[in-house]
Design a protein around this ligand. Structure first.
Ligand code: ZN
Length: 132
């Protein structure tokens, strides 16, 4: 399993435009400073899925999901974090060196991803400041 540094993650994230990545999956409509669309993570008729290009974040006010471009492709495509990194890096034309994790790094990353992941949905109220 490859391992990526914070710098590599940041590079992939900053060079992947969240609007064009999500726009491939969701029909987005420009509204003011952001974009809205039908949430791909729950069934809805009103558009409560918001993408904020300034912050490079997305947020659904219907089901509470939210995150950045990497968490979007992970959740939508059901990818692991390294798989999402590879996919976005390839699309952005970034050459990611493959590195193998030590057992300790692997454990730490899995722990980080789990806590980050569940942390998002456990506190939908904390995301209310998203657009403020
Ligand atoms: Zn939703």
């Amino acid at each position: 399993m490859p391992w990526y540094s914070e710098e590599q993650i940041e590079e992939v994230r900053s060079r992947s435009d969240i609007v064009s990545v999500i726009g491939r999956y969701v029909r987005l409509k420009r509204t003011g400073s952001g974009y809205t669309g039908l949430c791909p993570f729950h069934n809805e008729k009103t558009q409560s899925f918001h993408v904020n290009p300034a912050r490079q974040m997305y947020k659904c006010f219907g089901c509470g999901v939210g995150g950045n471009v990497l968490t979007f492709v992970m959740e939508y495509e059901n990818l692991t974090f390294p798989e999402a990194m590879e996919m976005l890096a390839e699309q952005a034309g970034i050459d990611l060196p493959k590195q193998e994790m030590t057992a300790q790094q692997k454990q730490q990353t899995q722990h980080d991803q789990r806590t980050k992941h569940t942390g998002q949905n456990d506190h939908p109220a904390s995301s209310l400041h998203f657009f403020l």
